[in-house]
Write a protein that binds this ligand. Structure first.
Ligand SMILES: C[S@@+](CC[C@H](N)C(=O)[O-])C[C@H]1O[C@@H](n2cnc3c(N)ncnc32)[C@H](O)[C@@H]1O
Length: 253
C-alpha cells in the first residue's frame, strides 16, 4: 500500500514551493504536460472528462466527509478533482499500473494536492481494497467509482469486481461504473455482435456485455441497479469518444 502520509491532513501543502492545483469552474483539474502525457495517452481520458466523472458523484450526493474508492484510478484524471473535494484521507485509488499515478504526481500541482489531501493508493489488479478498510466499518466507502475498467474486463473479473465493491461499501453506499453494452447507445458506443467470451483483461481492446447480463450479475450484490444513459450524455458532452454505458448500483441498508 502506498500511503502518501499517515499524518492528519492539513489544508495547505507540506511544501510551500509546490504550486496550487489548476482549477476549472473552481474545481481542481488534472494538470497535463510532457511529464504525464504518456499516462494520459495510456488511459485515453481527458481532464474535462475526469471533472465530469467527479460531478456524477456529486449528483449522487457526494459530500466532503464521504469516503471514495476509485477502481482503476489510472492517471488520476477523475482522482484529482475528487481528492481536492474530499476531506483529507478520504480517497483510495486502486491501480495495477503504478507508473500512471507516478507520472501524474511528477507534476508539482498534482503532487501538491496529494501532499495536502493524503490519498491512499493500492497497487493491485484484484479490485481489492481490504488493506484500506481492514475490519473497521467506518473505513468502508460511501461511493465506488470505476470508469473504463469493466469495459476491458473478462466476465469472471466483472463478477469479482461486483462482489468486492459491494463488500467494501457502507450500507446504502453507491457504485457508479461504466462498461460497454452489446446494445448500441446512440453515441460512439456502437455495441458489438455479441457478448465477449474472453477470460482475461483486454487492453486497449474492449469487452462487451448484454444489458441483461449486467443487471442480473449486479443484482446479486446490490439492492438497486439502474442504467444511467443521462450519465453517458453528460460524458459525451465533454468529449464525443467518452461514450461508455453507465450503471448506478446501491447497496442494501
Ligand atoms: C481506460 S483506463 C481508465 C482509467 C481511469 N478510470 C480514467 O477514467 O481515466 C483503465 C485503467 O484500468 C487499469 N486496470 C487494468 N487492470 C485493472 C484491474 N484488474 N483492476 C483495476 N484497474 C485495472 C489500467 O491500468 C488503467 O489505469
Amino acid at each position: 500500500m502506498l500511503n502518501s502520509d499517515t499524518k492528519t491532513a492539513t489544508t495547505t501543502s507540506n511544501d510551500p514551493k509546490l504550486p496550487a492545483a489548476e482549477r476549472v469552474e473552481g474545481r481542481a483539474i488534472l494538470t497535463v504536460d510532457g511529464k504525464n502525457t504518456p499516462a494520459l495517452w495510456y488511459v485515453g481520458t481527458y481532464p474535462i472528462e475526469g471533472l465530469e466523472q467527479f460531478k456524477l458523484l456529486q449528483t449522487c450526493g457526494l459530500k466532503p466527509t464521504h469516503r471514495v474508492l476509485e477502481i482503476g484510478c489510472g492517471a488520476l484524471v477523475a482522482g484529482i478533482p475528487i481528492i481536492d473535494f474530499l476531506d483529507g484521507g478520504n480517497y483510495v485509488g486502486i491501480e495495477p499500473n503504478g507508473w500512471l499515478i507516478d507520472q501524474t504526481r511528477a507534476l508539482p500541482q498534482n503532487e501538491s494536492l496529494c501532499q495536502m489531501k493524503k490519498p491512499t493508493f493500492l497497487l493491485n489488479d484484484q479490485f481489492d481494497a481490504a488493506a484500506a478498510v481492514g475490519n473497521d466499518p467506518n473505513k468502508r466507502f460511501d461511493f465506488v467509482l470505476s470508469h473504463s475498467v469493466i469495459s476491458h474486463a473478462a466476465k469472471c473479473q466483472f463478477i469479482q469486481f461486483l462482489e468486492r465493491t459491494a463488500n467494501v461499501l457502507k450500507p446504502g453506499g453507491k457504485l457508479l461504473f461504466s462498461c460497454r453494452l452489446v446494445e448500441p447507445n446512440g453515441h460512439q458506443g456502437t455495441g458489438s455482435g455479441g457478448e465477449s467470451t474472453f477470460t482475461t483483461w483486454q487492453y486497449p481492446g474492449n469487452t462487451f456485455f448484454h444489458r441483461a447480463t449486467v443487471i442480473v450479475l449486479a443484482k446479486q450484490h446490490f439492492k438497486t441497479v439502474e442504467e444511467r444513459p443521462d450519465f453517458t450524455n453528460r460524458l459525451v458532452a465533454t468529449h464525443c469518444s467518452a461514450a461508455h454505458d453507465w450503471f448506478l448500483c446501491e447497496r442494501a441498508q
